[in-house]
Design a protein around this ligand. Structure first.
Ligand code: SAM
Ligand code: DTB
Ligand code: SF4
Length: 342
């Protein structure tokens, strides 16, 4: 391996950070500050220490660097999904051992939310393995949202594609956030999912925005994409107008039976770089260190927090796969002097 580019020799593909990658004066993410894929790719190519330093600088301008927001996930409808997302254990067509289950009752959801609140989570995110909700299903979720709000928690839902008018109904129920990821660069999307286009996702995001619900939108890395594709994903997120309030960065959780099982794993420093690029390009967003955390050494997680991640999924499960035990996260927070964001 040739490390010469990282030893301070000017290899022509990066320069000292401060001049080359000057921050836009206006941090709002307004359209006149659009990020090109080239600009994000050159961020990725910055020497690691410079990149992390810069991300930390941006982070400190906006956030308390030691406060991490905690969201707990619950799968309210598991398995049997008609879509073909190559990463997902819940797609009916793959044999992953995740069976189709009935939608949870409002009582089951409230019990889980109350337990999450008790453990310190501030946001409760309800996920369903649907292409999108039917009206009757949406009404069930609306009841859940009302009940979880009644506990005084922030609410988030991730239900797939929304039709005209559905986002407004969720807003009326008091939904705070809608999670809907663009998942990967437009150019790579067709390699991963064929049952919808990325534009379908973007249309739903527009509906969510127009209804006045906060947008939670990010993607997955470690799916065999190139660095250029990762840069394109980050640029696309940063160029949403406005960019999302919450940006989950997932590392692919490989599940046997899915097409992406066996994909070569992403180098974890590259994962940290992705977090840093999200932080730098979306200064005011909560960047969430999302799926894949259980498989990540604590030292890498600490680098992600240093690179500007300030939100995690907190709870022993994600949707169908595992997440670090809550007790372990509490110990990690204690070791790093981190605390839960109010
Ligand atoms: N069905 C809805 C949808 O696709 O929007 C909501 C649930 S879906 C499981 C939510 C998100 O989880 C996906 O967009 C994807 O980013 C993420 N996800 C699913 N499987 C994953 C995996 N194996 N590793 C990492 N992230 C995953
Ligand atoms: C997101 O970006 N990641 C979460 C949440 N949004 C819904 C989901 C991760 C799912 C990981 C695989 C599983 O547990 O099924
Ligand atoms: Fe279905 Fe969502 Fe999984 Fe895709 S990611 S298969 S839409 S549950």
């Amino acid at each position: 391996m040739n490390f010469s580019g990282t030893w301070g020799l000017d290899m022509g593909n990066h320069a000292s950070t401060n001049e080359q990658h000057a921050l836009p004066a206006d941090l709002s993410g307004a359209p006149n500050n659009r990020w090109s894929v080239d600009a994000v790719e050159s961020l990725f190519a910055t020497p690691f220490n410079d990149l992390i330093f810069r991300a930390q600088q941006v982070h400190r301008e906006v956030f308390d660097p030691n406060a991490v927001q905690l969201s707990t996930l619950l799968s309210i409808k598991t398995g049997g999904c008609p879509e073909d997302c190559g990463y997902c254990p819940q797609a009916a067509r793959y044999h992953t051992g995740v069976d189709r289950e009935e939608t949870l009752t409002v009582e089951q959801v409230v019990t889980a939310a109350a337990a999450a609140k008790e453990r310190g989570a501030t946001r409760f995110c309800m996920g369903a393995a649907w292409r999108g909700p039917r009206q009757r299903e949406l009404e069930q979720v609306i009841e859940m949202i009302r009940a979880v709000r009644g506990l005084g928690m922030e609410t988030c839902a991730t239900l797939g594609l929304l039709k005209e008018g559905q986002a407004e109904q969720l807003k009326d129920a008091g939904l705070d956030y809608y999670n809907h990821n663009i998942d990967t660069a437009r150019e790579f999307y067709g390699e991963i999912i064929t049952t919808r286009t990325q534009q379908d996702r973007i249309d739903t995001l527009s509906r969510v925005r127009a209804a006045g619900i906060h947008v939670c939108c990010g993607g997955i890395v470690g799916m065999g994409e190139s660095r250029r594709a990762r840069a394109a994903l980050i640029a696309q997120l940063a160029n949403l107008d406005p960019y999302p309030e919450s940006v989950p960065i997932n590392n692919l959780v490989q599940v046997e039976g899915t097409p992406l099982h066996g994909t070569p794993k992403i180098d974890l420093f590259e994962f940290v770089r992705t977090v840093a690029c999200a932080r730098i390009t979306m200064p005011k967003a909560r960047v969430r260190l999302s799926a894949g955390r259980r498989e990540m050494p604590e030292a890498i997680q600490a680098l992600c927090f240093l690179a500007g991640a300030n939100s995690i999924f907190y709870g022993d499960r994600l949707l169908t796969t595992g997440n670090p035990e809550m007790e372990n996260d509490q110990l990690l927070f204690a070791k790093l002097g981190l605390r839960a964001a109010p």
